[in-house]
Design a protein around this ligand. Structure first.
Ligand SMILES: Cc1cc2nc3c(=O)[nH]c(=O)nc-3n(C[C@H](O)[C@H](O)[C@H](O)COP(=O)(O)OP(=O)(O)OC[C@H]3O[C@@H](n4cnc5c(N)ncnc54)[C@H](O)[C@@H]3O)c2cc1C
Length: 423
């Protein structure tokens, strides 16, 4: 099936989660199989059109004007091999689809903070998940990738070492991925949730969290969001209208309660959702918005958090416009190269820092200025902005970026793919 601009369902098929600058394609192929993806790619070749791919639309930065949109949302099957501890994930599956399929076996994927995000694009971009410090990037645990390249050929990427290397970290620059086989882990439950502190009462929370991250084992993956909570009835009363530090915790194994004692010693949180939970419910940890929205962001990977004290003035109540700051603790398994190397860069980074702005971009660069000295790179999955080629290059180790751009030329010589970050 093919939709044109006048077809019923055109708008529904083109609009995804991110509403900032939606796709406006000439035609849409709402695909449900690999064969239909091949047909869509062939149509684009025959009509000399560009190709955009959309699963859930969380990662969209700039919509395509004209061209072909391959909408994969309904091609979302997940097949689990419980014996092998792997899952085959089809192009449009979200992490929610994967979680639902793996949970009955007590197995967990390397999913991220929001279950609504598309599993494939997340993984192609590296994939920084809830258990990242224990198991590494999602891209480090990919076994197979099936992809249709822009010459219309269906390939098993794992049989082509260069393509397999590039796809795991290099994003949607090399072809339309139809499915991926990933490793699963024996994690039926975890100890996690969020401690929401009112920063007006406990301004030291970010500093205490930073000190705490310096001593925790790899079983602890945590993050902090520093954000203004809107004063609306939809949010829980204790945090409504407050400037909040949300400490987000995912802890494997026993001893979680003891491990977080230094955080509890800060004071009484305004809201506390921490406890033992089935991994399938892990979306409750960050509790991110589920309704389509419009947002912009910039990210840096840093070696230290020495500019923390600048945030309240530049991004919080002292600022003209308030932003959401998201900091994730890295290290642990993220520093280790996987068995089969991939394109993920900057494994030495200690933290990831994202400045997110609801709506149109503005002010992010000023907030990031004090972080210049500690910046080692950036993570593209958390960058919702049109970046310059140099800024995109900063996401990779220098030799890797050259290799990636050469591979883009090899696999997509006409630059047909409308990737969210173009190599
Ligand atoms: C609320 C929220 C939480 C997030 N949490 C995390 C997190 O914890 N960890 C993390 O690493 N990232 C996270 N991200 C970032 C997310 O992984 C990226 O934005 C990702 O690109 C979203 O994928 P999608 O399928 O949902 O988006 P889409 O907009 O559908 O896809 C994004 C891009 O991926 C490419 N693409 C999609 N499907 C294919 C395909 N089949 N073949 C080739 N290219 C394809 C296209 O270039 C497309 O423009 C989060 C994003 C949001 C909005």
């Amino acid at each position: 099936m093919m939709l044109t601009t006048t077809s019923t369902g055109y708008d529904e098929a083109r609009l995804g989660f991110q509403r900032q600058d939606p796709h406006r394609p000439e035609v849409i192929f709402p695909v449900t199989s690999t064969t239909e993806i091949e047909e869509a790619v062939r149509y684009a070749i025959d009509h000399d059109l560009r190709i955009a791919v959309q699963a859930s639309g969380h990662g969209l930065i700039k919509g395509i004007d004209g061209g072909v949109l391959i909408a994969t949302g309904d091609f979302n099957g997940v097949t689990v091999d419980a014996g092998e501890k792997t899952a085959w994930i089809e192009a449009g599956a979200t992490w929610q689809d994967v979680l639902a399929a793996t949970a009955p076996y007590g197995l967990a994927p390397l999913s991220g903070s929001s279950p609504g995000v598309g599993a494939i694009s997340y993984t192609l971009g590296g994939g920084l998940g809830l258990m990242a410090r224990r198991f590494g990037y999602a891209a480090d645990h990919v076994r197979r990738i099936e992809v249709v390249t822009t010459d219309g050929v269906r390939r098993n990427a794992e049989e082509d070492p260069e393509l397999f290397w590039a796809l795991r970290g290099g994003g949607g620059n090399f072809g339309v991925v139809t499915g991926v086989e990933v490793e699963l882990f024996d994690v039926p439950t975890l100890y996690g949730g969020s401690l929401y502190f009112d920063l007006a009462a406990d301004p030291t929370v970010p500093e205490v969290w930073r000190e705490w991250t310096r001593s925790v084992p790899e079983e602890v993956t945590s993050a902090i969001a520093i954000l203004p909570i809107p004063d609306i009835p939809q949010v829980p009363a204790p945090v409504r209208g407050k400037y909040i530090a949300q400490v987000q915790l995912a802890i494997l194994g026993d001893g979680g309660e003891d491990l977080i004692k230094p955080l509890r010693a800060i004071g009484e949180p305004a809201l506390d959702t921490v406890g033992e939970m089935p991994y399938v419910d892990s979306g409750q940890i960050f509790a991110e918005p589920e309704r389509p929205d419009s947002y912009s962001s910039r990210n840096v990977l840093v070696s230290d958090l020495d500019a923390l004290a600048t945030l309240p003035e530049l991004a919080g109540p002292g600022a003209e416009r308030m932003h959401v700051i998201g900091i994730r603790h890295l290290g642990g398994a993220l520093t280790r190269e996987p068995e089969i190397p991939n394109a993920v860069g900057h494994r030495d980074a200690a933290y990831s820092l994202t400045v997110l702005t609801p709506g149109k971009a503005g002010g992010e660069q000023t907030i990031l200025e004090p972080w210049r000295a500690s910046t080692v790179g950036r993570f593209l999955n958390f960058s919702f902005a049109t970046l310059t080629p140099d800024e995109i290059a900063d996401a990779y180790d220098p030799g890797d970026h050259t290799r990636l751009t050469e591979l883009r030329r090899r696999y997509d010589p006409r630059r047909r793919l409308w990737a969210n970050h173009q190599l």
